[in-house]
Every structure is written in C-alpha cells, then in structure tokens.
Design a protein around this ligand. Structure first.
Ligand code: ZN
Length: 77
C-alpha cells in the first residue's frame, strides 16, 4: 500500500521549474514566479495557503523576459 506524501514540511511553498527542474520558493500567494536559474516565468496556483503549484508558463514572457525591471515590477505589485 502506497502512502501519499503529506505536502508539508521544509519544502512546503517551493515549486520546481518545469524547464530546468530547479527548486525555488516563490513569494507567498504570488500569481507568478520567475525561475532564478533559467528565467522562465510560471503561473502559480495555491491549492493550500502555503503550497504552490505550477499551472504553466507565462506565455507573454516566455522564454525569458529581456527586461529585468519587468521581473522586479511583478514582485513589487
Ligand atoms: Zn528554470
């Protein structure tokens, strides 16, 4: 019998980039997050308050937003 892993603990709130498989922690509740490794931006959903899920890439900024200010602006929103 397989026991499902409980999605809590130190890794809670982390997502894995689906382009380069880097784990990183998005801002809590953020609608999107950019991978610090490859720069691809992901749309997020939050099935639980502290658990993020990657819904898919942000197409308008795929593969890499050229302007770093755009990235900062997202975090400041
Ligand atoms: Zn990545």
């Amino acid at each position: 019998m397989k026991i499902n892993k409980v999605m809590e603990g130190p890794r809670d709130g982390e997502i894995r980039c689906q382009a380069c498989f880097t784990r990183f922690r998005p801002k809590l509740g953020a609608g999107r997050a950019k991978c610090p490794e490859c720069g691809v931006e992901w749309r997020l959903s939050w099935p639980y308050p502290k658990t993020a899920k990657v819904r898919g890439p942000v197409w308008e900024s795929y593969p890499v937003p050229s302007d770093e200010k755009t990235f900062l602006g997202i975090w400041n929103n």
